[in-house]
Design a protein around this ligand. Structure first.
Ligand SMILES: Nc1nc2c(ncn2[C@@H]2O[C@H](COP(=O)(O)OP(=O)(O)OP(=O)(O)O)[C@@H](O)[C@H]2O)c(=O)[nH]1
Ligand SMILES: [Mg+2]
Length: 195
């Protein structure tokens, strides 16, 4: 997709704050600090649109971005960050669950995992959650620039096996540093959007 325009619409924590339009949406999911916001920026060719940080827990709200007046990317706070209280974690869970299970125009979730390491138990839980609710998903294995090319396929295989990836679910090797996998990711997202 050629990105002509991209802008933040709203940061929401509850359904009343979601944009009212019935525009199709593609949401992100993944561990805190894995690179969800960086993925959005790379896909949009925008350096600082989605706020990123080397410290986990940067994204705290559901951030809706409007792309080409055509669809929303929805950036979400990550899971698995140790330094949050029980009550914060519960609030996060409720916010994410509400969005993922009630948003009718949600077309697919982009599950971001770290190519360098096997998916965590939280990653597996997230994938199973998406399967349970029959939410279409794409797995993006990011930070590929951090491991040598010769090891990519081996790491992809571990990712696929650990998630127990269902047949038909696509996995894309990605890097927000180099843009590796960007075209492939767009092709899949366009298919989910039906454009
Ligand atoms: N080398 C490399 N670093 C990356 C890549 N993607 C993200 N990073 C770095 O990883 C850190 C976290 O990136 P974010 O995009 O903020 O991660 P996030 O998943 O949005 O994190 P939360 O908002 O805390 O959930 C930043 O320091 C990024 O620069 C990548 O593909 N390659
Ligand atoms: Mg983020």
């Amino acid at each position: 997709m050629k990105v002509i325009s991209s802008e933040i619409i709203i940061s929401a924590v509850k359904p009343e704050q979601y944009p009212e339009s019935d525009m199709p949406e593609i949401a992100l999911a993944g561990r805190s600090n894995v690179g969800k916001s960086s993925f959005i920026n790379k896909m949009l060719n925008r350096k600082g649109l989605a706020r990123i940080s080397s410290k986990p827990g940067k994204t705290q709200t559901l951030n809706f971005y409007l792309i080409n007046e055509l669809f929303h990317f929805v950036d979400v706070p990550g899971y698995g960050y140790a330094k949050v209280s029980k009550s914060e974690r519960a609030a996060w869970g409720k916010m994410i669950e509400t969005y993922f299970t009630t948003r009718t125009q949600l077309k697919a979730v982009v599950l971001i995992v770290d190519l360098r390491h096997p998916p965590t138990s939280d990653d597996v839980m997230m994938y199973d959650f998406l399967k349970h609710y029959e939410i279409p998903c794409i797995v993006i294995a990011t930070k590929a620039d951090k491991i040598p090319k010769g090891k990519w396929q081996k790491h992809l295989k571990v990712t696929r096996q650990t998630l127990d990836l269902e047949q038909g679910d696509e996995i894309v090797l990605f890097s927000s540093e180099t843009g590796e996998g960007k075209d492939q990711a767009w092709t899949i997202i366009e298919r989910f959007l039906g454009v």
